[in-house]
Design a protein around this ligand. Structure first.
Ligand code: UD1
Ligand code: CA
Length: 453
């Protein structure tokens, strides 16, 4: 029989040190709120439901935490009286009766299911409390794991620790698993007789032991347990997140020439044999298929790039950009809500917005789809194998038929039938000898000015 599990996520902090108008767990890592990363990690540890303990910005935090397929209930901790008190805010959920209770923090977004699963395994093996610890060279501020005769006997908070205890480098991550059948009894025994006058969740170690229960610890990598208290730590977390995900992507077959300059979003998907050149930034919603090439300095968000298509250098793909197989979007081009058919080319200095471009069409340099009249957006439809001459303005709504040819410099306001040539510009006139006259007049003016001076 599989064990049931409730994850209690503590997210009721004031976030004072973030110096922010919103709770720290709402701040994004890789383009989505920190709290959503935590929910995803606990979800992959096989939990049955989530109790979210909220305080500040309760509604926004609950909303940011909701990810598909995970049942979450929020519990308001009205006063912040400590981590032990915070867990008890979810008393109602705990009372429903689970085999395992996993306690985790909403501001530790790099955590993964590994240590959480190991802690649950500890419960399955008979522990009443399993602490997730980590080793660090910089233990200041953390609770220390105190060991005697090979057994974890207590967690001592920095403020309550002796000098000798402060030299300990095995620390409490704050994450913990508790026997679900005993949790309410254990938690209700926590008092607040300590340096901070708070109800410390960490007291569970001594409480469980005093009742004859078994207490153990499992280790997590220090990086995964990095908490976020201020914006400098937020940047460190982002850095580690990016490093980890880039590494995973490269191992899955993506080539990155200078990985440290590539920025991914939480949901970026890149296929095998895609090549990502330096200084590329992915916002949320980017899907890059196998064999695509993203040249340097491109920015891609909410866009799909099909197999063997190429993007950039210096291209911007905005939401709704959909590049067909083997198509090309070159330097200084922007595509928004625009579909390029197979092999279509948009090579230089062009804006494609709210447009459909058929397979094999070629869009000349400097072409603009004029999709916005200041109030409404309209669509440009270009057929297959059309040729749009350089510096054309296509004033939407407008349709250009298959195989049509637009003379460069045209302003196109009327639909163009298939295979037609459209000239939307003034006819050229040549005036023989007129340049000479102009030049002579200019020189005469200059000479007159000089004589006056
Ligand atoms: C806590 C641990 C410490 C551990 C450290 C790891 C206790 C007593 N101490 O210390 O051993 O090394 O985390 O970072 O548990 N929270 C609430 N409501 C509260 C109090 C806290 O929701 O009333 C939340 C906070 O938002 C935060 C987490 O719980 O996400 C930890 O609280 P914090 O006050 O930062 O605990 P520390 O003193 O850092
Ligand atoms: Ca903390």
């Amino acid at each position: 029989m599989e064990r049931t599990c409730l994850a209690v996520i503590l997210a009721a902090g004031d976030s004072t040190r973030m110096k922010s108008s919103k709770s720290k767990v709402l701040h994004p890592v890789a383009g989505r709120p920190m709290i959503a990363h935590v929910v995803e990690a606990v979800a992959s540890a096989g939990i049955s439901s989530v109790a979210l303990v909220v305080g500040r910005d309760a509604e926004d935090v609950a909303k940011a935490a909701s990810i598909a397929g995970v049942g979450i209930e929020s519990y308001l901790q009205k006063e912040r009286l400590g981590t032990g008190h915070a867990v008890l805010a979810a008393r109602e959920a705990i009372a429903k009766g689970y085999d395992d209770i996993l306690v985790t923090y909403g501001d530790v977004p790099l955590q993964t299911d590994g240590p959480l699963k190991a802690a649950r395994q500890g419960l399955a093996d008979g522990s009443d409390v399993v602490v997730i610890g980590f080793h660090t060279d910089r233990p200041t501020g953390y609770g220390r794991l105190l060991v005697k005769d090979g057994e974890l006997i207590a967690i001592r908070e920095e403020k309550d620790a002796t000098d000798a205890e402060r030299t300990v480098t095995w620390c409490n991550s704050g994450l913990m698993a508790i026997n679900g059948r005993k949790a309410l009894d254990l938690l209700s025994r926590i008092g607040n007789a300590n340096a901070k006058g708070e109800f410390y969740l960490t007291d569970l170690v001594e409480i469980a032991r005093s009742l004859g229960g078994r207490v153990t610890a499992v280790d997590a990598p220090e990086i995964e347990m990095t908490g976020c208290n201020n914006r400098a730590e937020l940047a460190v977390i982002e850095h580690f997140w990016q490093e980890r995900r880039r590494h995973q992507m490269m191992l899955s077959g993506v080539t990155m020439i200078a990985p440290e300059t590539v920025f991914l979003a939480y949901d970026t998907v890149i296929g095998q044999d895609a090549l990502i050149e330096p200084n590329v930034v992915f916002g949320p919603g980017a899907v890059i298929d196998s064999g695509a090439v993203i040249h340097a300095f491109s920015h891609i968000e909410g866009a799909h790039v099909s197999e063997s298509a190429t993007v950039g250098p210096f291209a911007r793909l905005r939401p709704g950009a959909d590049l067909g197989t083997g198509s090309k979007v070159g330097n200084f081009c922007e595509v928004k809500n625009g579909r390029l058919g197979e092999g279509a080319k948009v090579n230089h200095l062009t804006y494609i917005g709210d447009a459909v471009i058929g397979a094999g069409s070629n869009i000349g340099a400097g072409t603009i789809t004029c999709n916005y009249d200041g109030v409404n957006k309209s669509e440009t439809v270009i057929g297959e194998n059309a040729f749009i001459g350089s510096n054309s303005s296509l004033v939407a709504p407008v349709t250009i038929g298959d195989g049509a040819y637009i003379a460069s410099g045209s302003v196109i306001t009327v639909n163009v039938p298939a295979d037609a040539l459209a000239l939307g510009r003034a006819r050229q006139e040549n005036k023989p000898g007129r340049a000479t006259l102009l030049r002579e007049r200019a020189l005469a003016i200059k000479a007159a000015k000089k004589a006056k001076a």
